[in-house]
Write a protein that binds this ligand. Structure first.
Ligand SMILES: [Zn+2]
Length: 372
């Protein structure tokens, strides 16, 4: 770990940016050399093995000031981590951070840092080295006198955890903290972002997280959620398929609302969000273009891929290849979760048609971590 001359821990943390960038650069080079460019799952796995650990060296010490509930996306290192993920998916930098992490099945660095700090604390307690014990006990005594000690930072970071009081008492008394319980608790706190929106109707909300959670995101069974403090993150099936890069990229953009359907483009263009391809006078969002739009070309695409619709949409027919009524979120989710490789191709054809030309330049900008 590198100390700043004023003991500024944020400055110390930023030294980890260099090995993170180096790890990302090596992964991109490895992808090119081994023809893994079209296998995003491999990139995401390699990032867990190299980029994340590179951003953790010394974090037990320097991350203490960045562990509060609202600080997840504040550190520079987290921005680098997200840039790598967004570059792998091929989505623009403004794509929702929480949705990108969930799509890639990555936890934020905050999660690893906080766990490492607690493991570090437990390691110091159980060590037989007086050199380790003394600074810990001195730091704990400083809690009552100053708000800038390591222990003071950790105590503030406990806020929002279900076992906050238990952990606070344990730390103040110099007692061990159960690592597995703490990990589950920390995961539960981070899943709050999804619990808070779970009951919102995506058709009545502009929140990208709501549409992503309701229509696209993998949802694990409740037993696993309770046991581990939250649903395990599992990347969607299309990231495991051997798809051409532009297919994978368009599917990612569609799922993360990193596209220019009018539901999104109307926000920054201050324009109309209604569909400009048909006369439905409804918002042109992902569900509209997949199921409801009556544009002739879109209808011809649904006829071409009718085998994808029949199992889920009883009112669907070759003669009238659109759904005239609103669909429950569960039906949309089931349709988008079906294990059929052609699902990616209808999304590609639809996005190519709706987004033709106008936004390619914008989203083609290099945004991966290794590319700077
Ligand atoms: Zn339409």
């Amino acid at each position: 770990m590198t100390y700043h001359q004023t003991l500024n821990m944020t400055a110390s943390s930023e030294h980890a940016a260099i090995p993170m960038l180096a790890a990302a650069h090596q992964i991109r080079g490895f992808e090119r050399d081994t023809a893994l460019c079209d296998k995003p799952f491999a990139s995401l796995w390699l990032a867990k093995a190299y980029v994340v650990p590179a951003g953790m060296y010394g974090c037990q010490v320097w991350s203490s000031g960045s562990l509060r509930e609202g600080d997840v996306f504040r550190p520079t290192l987290q921005a680098l981590h997200l840039n790598f993920l967004k570059g792998t998916l091929g989505v623009k930098r403004s794509a929702s951070n929480w949705a990108v992490l969930r799509e890639c099945a990555h936890e934020p660095l905050h999660f690893y840092w906080f766990r490492a700090a607690i493991r570090f604390y437990s390691g110091m307690l159980s060590s037989n080295s007086a050199t380790l014990e003394q600074p810990l006990h001195a730091d704990l005594k400083l809690v009552r006198r100053t708000k800038t000690s390591w222990a003071s930072d950790i105590l503030r970071a406990f806020e929002g955890l279900r076992g906050c009081d238990t952990y606070t008492q344990a730390l103040l008394q110099g007692l061990p903290i159960c690592y597995s319980d703490f990990t589950a608790d920390l995961r539960f706190r981070m899943r709050k972002v999804w619990r808070d929106i779970a009951d919102i109707n995506p058709l009545e909300s502009d929140n990208k997280l709501v549409t992503y959670h309701s229509w696209f995101a993998f949802q694990a069974d409740s037993c696993t959620r309770v046991r581990n403090g939250g649903a395990p993150l599992i990347s969607p099936r299309y990231l495991h398929l051997e798809l051409p890069k532009h297919v994978m990229r368009n599917v990612s953009r569609f799922r993360l609302r990193a596209h220019t359907l009018t539901v999104e483009s109307s926000i920054w263009r201050a324009g109309d969000s209604h569909c400009d391809k048909c006369s439905c006078a409804t918002v042109q969002n992902e569900v509209h273009v997949l199921f409801h739009c009556q544009d002739l070309f879109v209808c011809s695409l649904r006829r071409k891929y009718s085998f994808l619709f029949f199992p889920f949409c009883q009112s669907f027919s070759i003669e009238a290849p659109y759904i005239p009524h609103a669909l429950p979120s569960q039906t949309v989710f089931d349709f988008l979760s079906q294990r059929h490789n052609r699902l990616c191709h209808i999304i590609l054809d639809i996005t190519d048609y709706f987004l033709a030309g106008e936004d390619q330049q914008q989203t083609n900008q290099p945004n991966d971590l290794a590319g700077g």
